[in-house]
Design a protein around this ligand. Structure first.
Ligand code: ADP
Ligand code: MG
Length: 324
């Protein structure tokens, strides 16, 4: 059982950023509106994610640390079918098996919270605590008991870069949620709740961008739907572009989608300019297969042509408003 968790940890937990991704997805699943992330030494010493979500009962708190006890997902193909981000009930046990983890949680209905401290997956202490409703998970000394894996962790700057990347991707997809990321006591990323994607995009990718964003909202054949923002191709910006694409709410970097976007921008971009794109594609889960590996961002569309042309045409139309 413990070994099993450590092996699973190899798949789910690659580095501090993958721990944070799992913890944030759980906080989002729990309908949190404010999420605070504290990190020390690139996450190698400490990762703490605090949310104001639904919290857990005492029983659920213990269950959440047991492998497969809680899976919200019965089969891999459910991954896109369900609204939740949870993978298969193995993230928390996996993380716990390779760290010193403290789970503190209180549901709105309970008078008091519950705190469980585990080392390498073994429960060492547990007891009632007075805390606000929500959940806090603290992960110390990641890979302390798997030195071979600890050796593969990079410099603090590299690890915090990966962490900021994970937080950015999730924050762009959840403008209704406040995120704060603090590294070694210094705020690194802070976005308030806007409930407005354009504001969130500008808050994260650059204030001046706000006036150069074009909204896209397009319905297509077979229930395809595309929405989000594109930078004007003639925007007077320098620097590199950024492309964030999501399929049914999950960040995906896909060859077909990428190609379709550039097709849409073709002949419109000024030389040396790169677009900024934040786009959400939603489609019937039957029309897409997801790579079953929990940390991969890969998909395969049943009908590539259909998806490609829908995206390329939608982008082209959005970039050529009546004034052009
Ligand atoms: P999964 O997300 O696939 O269910 P996890 O191991 O990530 O598996 O989490 C196990 C369970 O613990 C979740 O299903 C959820 O019920 C509970 N849980 C974890 N984190 C939180 C949180 N931040 N708030 C409320 N419940 C949580
Ligand atoms: Mg999860």
């Amino acid at each position: 059982e413990k070994l099993c968790n450590q092996i699973a940890a190899g798949e789910v937990v690659e580095r501090p950023a993958s721990v944070i991704k799992e913890l944030l997805e759980n906080s989002l699943d729990a309908e949190s509106l404010e999420i605070r992330i504290e990190v020390e030494r690139g996450g190698k010493r400490l990762i703490r994610v605090m949310d104001d979500g639904t919290g857990m009962s005492q029983d659920d708190a213990f269950l959440s640390l047991e492998r497969h006890a809680t899976s919200k997902i019965q089969s891999e193909s459910d991954l896109f079918r369900l609204g939740t981000l949870g993978f298969r009930g193995e993230a928390l046990p996996s993380i716990a098996s390779v760290s010193r983890l403290t789970l503190s949680t209180r549901s709105m209905q309970s008078e008091e919270g519950w705190e469980i401290y585990t080392e390498g997956g073994t429960v060492k202490r547990a007891g009632a605590v007075g805390i606000p409703a929500g959940t806090s998970i603290e992960v110390r000394d990641l890979f302390f008991n798997t030195p071979a894996r600890r050796k593969f962790l990079r410099r603090d700057e590299t690890e915090i870069g990966h962490i900021a990347d994970v937080v950015t991707k999730l924050a762009l997809a959840h403008p209704e949620v406040q995120f704060r990321l603090v590294h070694n006591g210094r705020p690194l990323l802070e976005v308030n709740r806007h409930g407005n994607l354009a504001e969130r995009v500008a808050a994260i990718l650059g204030r001046p961008l706000l006036k150069d964003l074009i909204e896209l909202r397009q319905e297509g054949p077979e229930g395809l739907c595309l929405s989000g923002y594109l930078s004007r191709p003639d925007a007077n910006r320098s620097g590199t572009g950024s492309i964030y694409t999501y399929i049914n709410g999950r960040f995906i970097r896909d060859r077909v989608v990428q190609h379709a976007l550039m097709d849409g921008y073709r002949n419109l971009l000024l030389k040396g300019r790169y677009p900024i794109v934040v786009l959400f594609l939603s489609l019937d889960p039957e029309l897409v297969d997801v790579n079953v590996h929990p940390t991969k961002h890969e998909v395969r569309f049943r009908d590539q042509r259909l998806v490609h042309d829908f995206i390329a045409n939608s982008v082209r139309d959005a970039l050529r408003p009546s004034g052009w």
